[in-house]
Design a binder for this molecule. Structure first.
Ligand SMILES: Cc1cc2nc3c(=O)[nH]c(=O)nc-3n(C[C@H](O)[C@H](O)[C@H](O)COP(=O)(O)OP(=O)(O)OC[C@H]3O[C@@H](n4cnc5c(N)ncnc54)[C@H](O)[C@@H]3O)c2cc1C
Length: 415
């Protein structure tokens, strides 16, 4: 790996995550992949290593890092198993909207238990009729006195059932479409909140994926994040900060597959020589390693840019007890949409290509369940689908390019 000039703390976080991945995840990943059980003992090891809250401010029990530190943990854990790493990443998805749009009381209530790994977090926006198009949300939140009453069904919720704190998006004004969406926090155990179907999946089988059912589920009005009508905006800004997490998962999966492949091609012999000595195999290795390193460079640069822009607002809000979003210049908030989409697209396409090529390099054994490479290929696929499919990312990157070209033109005309 290139020297990315990590700080001492970042090097420690990466090394600790790698140790957990090697010692606690690798020996059991096949078991959880086969059984689709939720990996509670491994979650406990991640909790003991204090890796759940590396990206959260110290004031809420975190390690005071940011997106970059979250990326390091998710990448290293995914190098062993992308499904198990997702239990950390969904904590990020759950808490980023609370951190950016929650008030001090909300931050104090919900961030520390997720930072400590005592309660897992999840994020639920998808519905059977609202996938790429979140504006089609049917789940409603109706204000009744001091409560909101939730009704509807959410699906495909990662870490569903295992998580205890959920960030949820529902319509407070169904007539207003996108502008009627609002963001809430809902806790497991709230009457009227139950779990429906558990999905059976191609990959990331160590992660639970559930349907959530809300029937007259009353939550306190204090569980609304920011203001009514800001739901879509909150979701978009969350994704801008969380997509590097998916990219890190993809990158870890690609790296893990290449690690296993390199170990195999150096010992497997055909025609009296190791298969690593064939130029055809060397070119595939070289292309995989090049794609991985260029993906990592874009991902790390994006994570650092996000942290550079967000940290002053986070520090100001934490010290003053204000809302992070209110400390930012509103127009600047979506400034990472293009780059976070780019690193998600690049790392996930890399993961799919690299894992497919790794299976090819390993030949027949690469296709077998008792050799780890086929699992990496199955796990890689989801990274091109969730948190906005790669088609949706390309739409967003395209829109941003058009906006930039239009504003460059306006500036040129004005000058
Ligand atoms: C394993 C798993 C875990 C998940 N975890 C979560 C979670 O924790 N929380 C959560 O809220 N959601 C979760 N999801 C949902 C996930 O984010 C959605 O599946 C994803 O956003 C795509 O939505 P969809 O499945 O409805 O596909 P659709 O929106 O129906 O898309 C189908 C196809 O059409 C394409 N398409 C759609 N619209 C456009 C367009 N405008 N332009 C070009 N192409 C388009 C898509 O790219 C895709 O190829 C998860 C999904 C899976 C499979």
């Amino acid at each position: 790996m290139m020297d990315y000039q990590l700080t001492e703390t970042q090097q420690e976080i990466a090394a600790l995550s790698r140790r957990v991945a090697e010692e606690k995840i690798k020996p059991v990943r096949e078991h959880y992949d086969q059984t689709e059980e939720f990996p509670w003992p491994v979650v406990e090891e991640i909790r003991k290593a204090d890796l759940f809250g590396v990206y959260l401010p110290e004031a809420y029990g975190g390690l005071g890092g940011g997106t970059f530190e979250l990326v390091l943990v998710v990448e290293e854990l995914s190098r062993a198993c992308g499904g198990i790493a997702l239990s950390v990443a969904t904590g990020g998805l759950c808490t980023i909207p609370i951190l950016l749009f929650g008030n001090e009381a909300q931050r104090k209530k919900w961030l520390p238990p997720v930072a400590a790994g005592k309660r897992l977090g999840a994020f639920t926006i998808t519905e059977p009729g609202a996938g790429s198009d979140a504006t089609a949300t049917k789940c409603t939140a109706t204000r009744e006195g001091d409560y909101y009453v939730l009704n509807g069904v959410k699906n495909f919720c990662s870490t569903g059932e295992a998580a205890e704190i959920y960030t949820l998006f529902a319509s407070t004004n169904p007539g207003r479409g996108a502008r009627g969406l609002s963001a809430f926090v809902v806790e497991k155990g709230t009457p009227g909140f139950s779990f429906g179907k558990k999905e059976q999946k191609m990959g990331i089988r160590a992660s639970s994926t559930y349907e959530l059912v809300f029937k007259n589920c009353k939550i306190p009005k204090e569980n609304l994040l920011y203001k009514e009508g800001y739901g879509l905006f909150i979701a978009q800004n969350t994704f801008d900060c969380s997509r590097p997490g998916v990219a890190a998962q993809a990158l870890g999966i690609a790296t893990g597959a290449l690690d296993e492949t390199m170990a195999y091609v150096r010992v497997r012999k055909q025609f009296g020589q190791t298969i690593a000595s064939f130029q055809a195999i060397q070119h595939m290795m070289a292309d995989c390693a090049t794609a991985i390193e260029s993906s990592r460079a874009l991902l790390y640069a994006t994570a650092r840019a996000i942290d550079g822009a967000l940290k002053p607002a986070i520090d100001a809000a934490v010290s003053k007890g204000t809302i992070v979003f209110d400390e930012m210049e509103a127009l600047d908030v979506r400034r990472f949409t293009k780059e976070s989409g780019m690193c998600k697209v690049m790392c996930s396409d890399t993961a799919m290509k690299v894992t497919t090529d790794c299976v090819q390099m390993c030949g027949g054994i690469g296709y077998m369940r008792d050799f780890p490479v086929e699992k990496f290929m199955r796990d890689a696929k989801i990274t091109q689908i969730y948190e906005g499919t790669n088609q949706i990312q390309r739409n967003e990157i395209g829109m941003m390019l058009i906006k930039e070209a239009a504003s460059a033109r306006r500036e040129a005309v004005a000058a």
